[in-house]
Ligand binder design. Structure first.
Ligand code: ADP
Ligand code: MG
Length: 685
């Protein structure tokens, strides 16, 4: 676990420290020295007497006591050194840079585990192996470049990949993003991204710690840990963005139900991020842009003013913002006219505010002041200001910098001339600012951040259900698909409305039950999983003759053990379901039946538990939401009832975690009722 010796060591030993700074052992030592590590640095290298001016120990046993060891020697030599350090040198923190462990072979994995066990014995911290190291304002224990500017208010960055960490730093630095810490976790032998985040959460000090966390994750091995600590940090005022790579690979596995096929593991990642309030990013530049947005005050609402002296970028930004749900509202009226009078003729203040290529620094200041103070319906502004290279633009950027520090509304700067005006941009960044060189990247990031929901509350309210009955049914059932009686009983116990049903194996009984249920009705085979596919559903059965005929026909269908009868209902076909995703827990899904799920894949998901409120948000996010509201004279669906059904389904899962797949497909919905007419539940024990 992360400890003081790792974060703020008094002394560091570089094991395998070298004079060759083209090797990790040489470069990490150089970075430590260049980074002016204030404590003691020791070096161990059996082949040298002195390394980079530091006296060298031939073996670990002659080293003095040391807090942190950075290990850059071959895997096979590592364990004895770690043992000596933990047992004799009171070393409680380790960064293993070398590769050759679990990422390479079985043998390597065993060795890695032995090292973890040894470090755990003394309650120590281990980062890596197979990583670039860690970096904070106390010590630069990485063997790579670049070293970013370190600042307590910069971002905390945790990466599951060393090389990607380097490239993300590379992308961040020229835009002015500073760092509070960088952790490259490599093989995550003892600590992965999740554990580092947990540490940050459990030790969070709002007065001292950075409030922005960036993550690069390839493998979420502990989804629940990530969810818990990410949402907790966000509730404490932090903002978190993450790239989760590796989502596309055969995402939707073959599964026996709709829900199974629709609920890919990447969808689970989306659901987890949404529940935690993490902003999901899809690449380096994307992550950098979101980090930049995080470095600015939060937008109170979605109304943006665009201020520019160049038309094109303003048009592109307008497009991307409005396509992503943000507003660029008109600016008009007396105050707008007054502002216009202070600009050159031909300028426009309608929004985008275009003060022409000849616009001055002073005019920029006037515009920002007006937007900040006179136009209450604007929540934030983007200033796009570059140069065609005719004269320097220091004055404009100085005005911008000063306004950014004093304005009450957030100002996002787009300074595109990073080559021609590089000195000006550099000066602007040195004032502690961040630049967004590309307005479209900014626009996407801004809207994504704005529309990322708050983390779910700690205690999710769920409807009351008959827990005893649920446990009784699940406990007595074997694994596999439940029979129709048990499915009915479970839905009843969960308070999920379903069609009245009767099941029979006897022809004459079918006729009697049909009479009791009333015509028109629906007959279905019991046994086959996909009933329509085998001709096992007869709709709109109107009389006893048809009941008999269909009974005889259906009983011949392969695997059929009986016939189920229901009243024929009307309504919009809806869908709700759940699927268990290993590690994540249950994913709850909803959508509109028919082509909307089959063809358009218009499905929304959420990680259980899902409150009625969250279910309502899922429904609203459906692309075909208008159908639920009702279009072209169609009555629509009772949204609240649909949401309640989804939340009841989630409550059922909480009581019966053995449920691996659950399908209510379809539910038929009108303004008066939402009723399940087909349900499948598969459990695993
Ligand atoms: P399966 O999904 O196994 O093919 P269903 O029970 O879902 O079987 O029936 C197939 C289709 O028949 C449903 O999607 C729905 O359109 C229609 N249907 C089924 N039961 C009813 C019912 N009680 N009232 C109206 N239509 C129904
Ligand atoms: Mg069905």
């Amino acid at each position: 676990m992360i400890n003081e010796q790792l974060v703020n060591p008094r002394s560091i030993a570089v094991i395998g420290g070298s004079n060759n700074i083209q090797k990790p052992g040489g470069k990490v030592l150089k970075n430590l020295i260049d980074g002016k590590f204030p404590g003691q640095i020791y070096v161990m290298n059996p082949k040298e007497d002195e390394v980079q001016g530091i006296e060298c120990h031939k073996e670990a046993s002659t080293l003095p006591e040391v807090d942190l060891a950075i290990i850059a020697i071959a895997a096979k030599h590592t364990l004895p050194v770690v043992e000596t350090l933990t047992q004799e040198k009171n070393t409680r923190a380790f960064i293993i840079l070398s590769a050759g462990y679990s990422e390479e072979s079985e043998e390597g994995a065993e060795l890695e585990q032995k090292i973890v066990d040894e470090v755990n014995k003394v309650n120590g911290a281990l980062i890596g192996p197979n990583c670039i190291g860690i970096l904070n304002s106390n010590h630069h224990s990485v063997f790579t470049k670049p070293i970013p500017e370190l600042d307590a208010d910069g971002v905390d960055f945790i990466s599951g990949s060393g090389a990607t960490a380097v490239f993300i730093l590379e992308a961040c630095i020229p835009k002015g993003i500073k760092f509070s810490s960088v952790y490259s976790v490599g093989n995550s032998a003892q600590m992965g991204v999740e554990e580092v985040l947990k540490h940050m959460d459990e030790n969070f000090n709002p007065a001292k710690d950075s409030k922005v966390k960036l993550l690069y994750i390839e493998n979420i091995s502990k989804p629940q840990m990530l969810l818990k600590h990410a949402s907790s940090l966000i509730r404490k005022g932090c903002r978190i963005a993450a790239v989760k790579a590796g989502g596309s690979t055969a995402g939707s596995r073959a599964a026996s139900s709709h829900t199974g096929a629709l609920a890919s593991s990447d969808a689970a990642v989306d659901a987890l991020f949404r529940k935690a309030g993490i902003v999901r990013c899809y690449g380096r530049e994307d992550l950098v842009s979101v980090a930049g947005v995080f470095m600015h005050p939060e937008l109170k609402d979605k109304n943006i003013a665009i201020i520019t002296h160049a038309g094109g970028p303003a048009v592109m930004l307008t497009d991307v913002l409005s396509n992503n749900g943000m507003e660029i509202p008109p600016i008009e009226g007396e105050k707008a006219d007054k502002l216009k009078e202070q600009l050159f003729p031909g300028s426009s203040v309608a929004n985008p505010i275009d003060f022409l290529a000849t616009g001055t620094a002073e005019q920029l200041g006037t515009i920002i002041d007006a937007v900040d103070q006179d136009f209450d319906h604007i929540d934030g502004m983007v200033v796009i200001f570059g140069t065609p290279g005719l004269f320097p633009i220091f004055d404009a950027y100085r005005v911008l910098d000063q306004k950014m520090k004093t304005a009450s509304k957030p100002i996002f700067p787009v300074l595109p001339s990073t080559h021609t005006a590089k000195d000006e941009v550099q000066e602007f960044l040195q004032q502690g600012n961040v630049n967004f060189p590309d307005e479209v990247n900014l626009g996407k990031a801004l809207s994504r951040v704005y529309f990322t929901p708050e983390p779910a509350p700690k205690e999710v309210p769920l409807p009351a259900i008959d827990k005893t009955a649920i446990r009784r049914i699940v406990d007595k059932s074997g694994a596999g698909y439940l029979n129709p009686e048990d499915v009915q009983a479970l839905l009843d116990a969960a308070g999920i409305n379903r069609a009245g049903e009767a099941v029979t194996t006897i022809r004459q009984q079918a006729v009697e039950k049909a009479y009791q249920l009333g015509y028109p009705l629906v007959m279905k085979v019991v046994g086959p999983v996909h009933k329509s596919d085998v001709g096992g559903v007869a709709l709109d059965v109107k009389d006893a003759e048809t009941v008999k005929r269909e009974f005889d026909r259906m009983m011949q269908i392969k695997d059929t053990t009986g016939i189920l009868m229901q009243p024929m209902l009307t309504g919009t076909e809806l869908f709700a379901g759940a699927k268990y995703e290993s590690g994540f827990g249950h994913m709850v899904l909803c959508g509109i039946g028919g082509i909307f799920i089959e063809v358009l894949r218009d499905v929304q998901n959420a990680l259980a538990p899902v409150s009625e409120e969250e279910a309502q948000n899922m429904i609203k996010r459906l692309k075909s939401y208008k159908l639920i509201q009702g279009v072209r004279g169609e009555g629509g669906v009772n949204e609240k009832m649909f949401a309640e059904t989804i939340s009841r389904l989630s409550a059922l899962l909480t009581e019966a975690p053995e449920i691996r797949e659950l399908d209510l497909n379809p539910l038929l919905g009108t303004q008066k009722h939402v009723t399940a007419v087909d349900a499948r539940i598969r459990i695993e024990k």
